[in-house]
Design a protein around this ligand. Sequence first.
Ligand code: FRU
Length: 737
Amino acid sequence: MQTRYLGLLMLCITLLSACKRSALVDDFEDGSLGKWIVEGSAFAHTPATKATCPDIFGYKGAFFVTSKNHGTTVHGQMTSSAFVIKKDYINFLLGGTSSPSAYVELLINGKNIVTARPVGNNQNVLNWISWNVSKYKGQRANIRIVADFNEQRKGFILLDQIEMGNRAKSSYLESYSDCIQAKKKWLLIPAEDSEISSLLSIVNNNHNILGVEQKITPARTRIDYYVPIDISNFKGQSLTIHISGVDKKDLICKNICQEDEYTFKYDEPYRQLWHMTPHFGWANDPNGMVYFNKTYHIAYQHNPYGTRHNNMHWGYAVSKDLVHWENRPLIIAPDTLGSIFSGSSIVDVNNTAGFGENAIIAIYTSAVGNNYERQRQCIAYSTDYGRSFIKHDGNPILSDPSRIDFRDPKVSWVNNQWIMSLATGQTISFFRSEDLKHWEKLSEFGEGTGSHKGIWECPDLIRLSYKGQEKWVLLVSINPGGPHGGSATQYFIGRFDGKNFIADTMDYPLWLDAGADNYAGVTFNNIPDKAVFIGWMSNWLYSNETPTFFFRNGMTMPRELFLKHDGQKVILASKPAPDIYQACNLITEEQAMKINDVGSIDQLLQNNNGAYRIDFTLIPRGNGKFGFKLINNLNEHADFMIDTNEGTISLDRSKSGLVSFHPEFARKPIISSIVKKNMYKMELFIDKQSAELFINDGDLVFTNTLFPATVYNKIQWVAENCSIAVENIKIYRINSN
Ligand code: FRU
């Protein structure tokens, strides 16, 4: 009896293992690559082991496959022999660098069916990947592993244990892949606001129509927004959508759709009414600001695939009056040189670069690498008034492999040559060129002066005049290390002798704005004798979390920069650009008031839509604390106070509305020093998520974001230990239609 059972057991085991073997495509455990065809230089002809790759984990048994990892150019592929798909899933272990340069693909009749790229946080660890291949059962297939790395794009790929099974082995991640017919204008990809991103590519005829893979944050348990991708050029053709790292239960997998119409949402609570914001997606630094053909052109750091900082492109918008902005399609997209970081544009009036007279030329940083550590300057030109840009085929035009932070070129025409200011770590370097393509280094500024608490970014060298004399101002944004935490812009006043910037002796650091939300700002090119400035109205401390849905962050209102004496020293002052005044319609002038304690205007405007300006002059009697609160009908309030004993101005945002989105946003009041005066002439410009306060014709500007649940429609003045007179009270609507 016993022997009979033993025999049966043995038979079962043999059958089971035969079955298992038939489901195995390869595990490389015989120490060879068997019938795999190896081409190119990326893969060795034998599998790797612990002895050859001691720091790799997560493979099964003793052998696995890896591409060579020398940081030099390796290109190659390995293709398995054909096998018949017998089960619902192909499971395999995959590791290495998550990069467009390395992937594994399933081929049927030589045609790509599905692609997978390494996932997970540690490139040295292999993870399970599962492909649902149920609809291909019975067909013959091959698996191919590809690696294509070079000096700029370093990395490697790891593969092991390719097997078929009736369930997915991947613990939580699976690549989504689907082939659709393009029928409508928009492909809509459901997304969720999150930090965890996946890679998206959309392939048409072996070509990713997005240029390179883009990071999206796929909708898993909720759909916050749809990423709109214009596919109108592909109508009637097939597109294969690949998304890494999604679970088949995630909402994204069932909700990708196509629409002819996509309405960009402009009606969410914190959508600015008269400031530049992107029609969809993320924005940071203003870029490529140029005045041309009576139009203000602004490009900006843009993520068109989500609402966080990622996939840097140059978005684009134009305006005739600096108040009404028309969003245009993006103009520069990432390529193999990397993401498109900040830079500037010029109008090449004399055709110095040879792209055409009056071509608009964008000079930007291409940044590549795991931490964007390879940064090189490139150019692109437009001969259709900024509607489209063509990348120069000789890019990059300026690089320095010894530098990690080497970015944000601001170029202007100075004494018959192009001068570029470039952020180089904790200095600004100056270069010259005659044709924008060949650059010669002139000098470097910054060591031992100003604030060095953060990386120097986004410089601008501006020619101004003061009392009839030429002066130069250098703007330098730094992050972190700003006086209110996070990012802020410092400036230096001095002279530029064509080669060097020499700063006057002053008490540096000096800050362009006393508020928390004005960063990376620069001035427009091609406006003679005027320095019209726009900054990014946010702070890197919390900008990725600000409480909006379809877009995130935007620009400050435009200002004119000028030099003036504030009673203590010469400063770089800001006043609103004249166009902004023109957009203001006076609604009421109020009676002056004397305030010993509190006094208010309980309704600033009827049907207040959130775009308005209030002017008033505060005249304190005696030393003390005084100021004003902006209040809404939910009693949320933003408290602005001047303390003449301390010599400070402050804004307390703690009760101002929505503040919980980031612990730093309202943790402490924003406090800056202010020069004591007999009177304080205030001009306060309000939009849906901002308050920009200009004091005493440019002595101080205080730019801050605020997120009240409803519009502030009441102002209350307060005086503590002193009294104040409030005079010249005027309320304006800002025309935003
Ligand atoms: C400043 C900055 C720039 C860089 C860009 C990237 O905010 O860090 O230095 O070019 O943002 O988006």
